[in-house]
Design a protein. Structure first.
Ligand code: HEM
Length: 196
């Protein structure tokens, strides 16, 4: 029986810390958005965090350090250990299309926990890049005067806010699908918790 570690401890820790930080960031972010919406809707207060604008800002700023520091540790260890190319490369469009087709027909194999299928690779790389965009656009929304170059890269303060919102929406979409997939294949949840 294969009992070797599929996911190292540092990966499991950074994954679950990230999940918690994302939850706090999104729920408090919705409350902050409600104080000055950029679209013609607001989020129900009952699914937001912080109670009021100032409370939500405190949650958002507290979790932001956790999210960013945890993300730096995840990326540094992933690249330093050579795990990133091993797990996520190569990533070809034709493999993604093949695995998407298999997934739609309910025939996507999950029997080898050592390798992510191409759809997983794409989704995880997307989630990591999306989080980078979220942090950078968040820096502009937070301190736009102190980060003029970054602000101009995002097309100015107002458009950085729109980018921040859209990146949040993409992350929420990813997380909903991701949690549903993990529930469908509970073995992967066990691996992400116990490692083997
Ligand atoms: C309660 C919520 C979550 C659950 C139950 C969950 C579950 C899992 C599981 C089971 C895996 C391993 C998949 C496999 O081995 O096939 C995984 C990997 C991953 N999850 Fe989550 N996840 C959650 C939240 C999140 C969030 C919010 C993010 C945000 C970006 C995220 C990003 C990732 C990434 C990037 C990987 C791949 C990590 C790597 O191998 O480097 N997860 N997740």
């Amino acid at each position: 029986m294969k009992t070797a570690k599929v996911h190292p401890l540092w990966l499991r820790l950074t994954h679950w810390i990230n999940a918690l930080a994302v939850l706090v960031m999104v729920a408090s972010g919705w409350r902050i958005y409600n104080a000055s919406p950029i679209f013609a809707f607001h989020f129900p207060d009952s699914i937001t965090l912080g109670g009021w604008l100032a409370g939500a800002l405190l949650w958002h700023f507290a979790a932001m350090w956790v999210l960013a520091a945890n993300g730096v540790v995840y990326l540094a260890l992933n690249f330093a250990s050579g795990r990133f190319p091993r797990r996520f490369l190569p990533l070809h469009a034709r493999d993604v299309l093949r695995d998407l087709g298999a997934a739609v027909r309910g025939r996507l194999a999950h029997d080898d926990p050592w390798h992510y299928n191409a759809v997983q690779k794409l989704a995880y790389v997307f989630a990591v890049l999306d989080l980078v965009v979220l942090v950078l656009s968040g820096l502009v929304v937070w301190k736009s005067v102190q980060f003029p170059l970054l602000r101009e890269l995002f097309g100015g303060y107002d458009s950085a806010r729109v980018v921040h919102f859209l990146a949040m929406a993409a992350l929420v979409g990813f997380t909903a699908l991701h949690v549903a997939m993990a529930a469908l294949v509970p073995k992967t949840l066990l691996l992400m918790t116990r490692g083997r």
